[in-house]
Design a protein around this ligand. Sequence first.
Ligand SMILES: NC(=O)c1ccc[n+]([C@@H]2O[C@H](COP(=O)([O-])OP(=O)(O)OC[C@H]3O[C@@H](n4cnc5c(N)ncnc54)[C@H](O)[C@@H]3O)[C@@H](O)[C@H]2O)c1
Length: 285
Amino acid sequence: MSNRLHEKIALVTGGASGIGLGIVERFVAEGARVLVADVQDDKATALEERFGDRIAYRHCDVTVEAEIASAVAAAAEVFGGLDVLVNNAGASGPPMTALDMDGDAWDRTQALLLRAPMLATKHAAPLMAARGGGAVVNMASIAGLEAGWGLAYGVAKAGLIHLSKLSAAELAGLQIRVNAICPGVVVTPIFGMAAGLDRAAAESTTDALSSGAEQMQPLRRAGVPADIAGAALYLASDDASFVTGTHLVVDGGLTVGQRISWNPEALLPIHLALLSELAPEEASA
Ligand SMILES: NC(=O)c1ccc[n+]([C@@H]2O[C@H](COP(=O)([O-])OP(=O)(O)OC[C@H]3O[C@@H](n4cnc5c(N)ncnc54)[C@H](O)[C@@H]3O)[C@@H](O)[C@H]2O)c1
């Protein structure tokens, strides 16, 4: 590691698990001190023990503005300020469609994935401005770029990409950069929990998920939290000092185009139709 966040103070929401944990580990390895804000007290407290005075934990439900404000204030109290905010806390959305969406479930998803990053940015910006600027990294998703990953979740992530652009414009005068990351499929407990498992059970599924995840994109390996941590490090660091208002897709090529563009075995319906016309025995085999 190369100390790319030397002397930087970061706040990472949802830092106790998955992608957030990967970011916390990488940021500490690069010299940062990190305030972890999450609702998993046992896991995050263990992080404090593991990393000593490089990490502080505050219980923070990001859907409650007062708890966001306290976590931001804690970064200043414990470490002396704030340079980097990573809005990462999240969960899958309700499995409902445009035909059966429940309004309350919709609101809960928007509160977690869209309202919370907006409020955290509001509370963090003055502290960053006081130190001459800073960086906000919003954890969006390829779900914000294309259909197929859930209605409420996808709309929230699309909103987060746009929030990043708008707040980049509004905060540039304070030397605060705002960018988003759009991960593809990254093996974490989020998938097991979306399937209805409790967190402990979801955590035990990640090895099994990896073999399926290898087949999801042109780069035939499972995405892992460290892949996203590398992108977050870039956007948080001075290497990205002229980068703001954009989103970085980190998906192993999942969104390059149709599956057939990278997997010749994946036939389109039109190919199947042609095959059944020209070689009916082969098509029905
Ligand atoms: N895993 C993927 O494939 C993937 C892809 C695209 C985007 N993402 C996004 O990455 C982010 C992290 O997800 P993950 O896959 O690491 O899942 P995860 O379940 O491993 O981690 C999510 C973390 O957020 C915390 N959290 C949940 N609700 C919270 C709340 N109200 N207040 C504070 N903390 C809360 C959880 O306790 C957990 O530590 C999410 O925003 C998710 O939407 C994940």
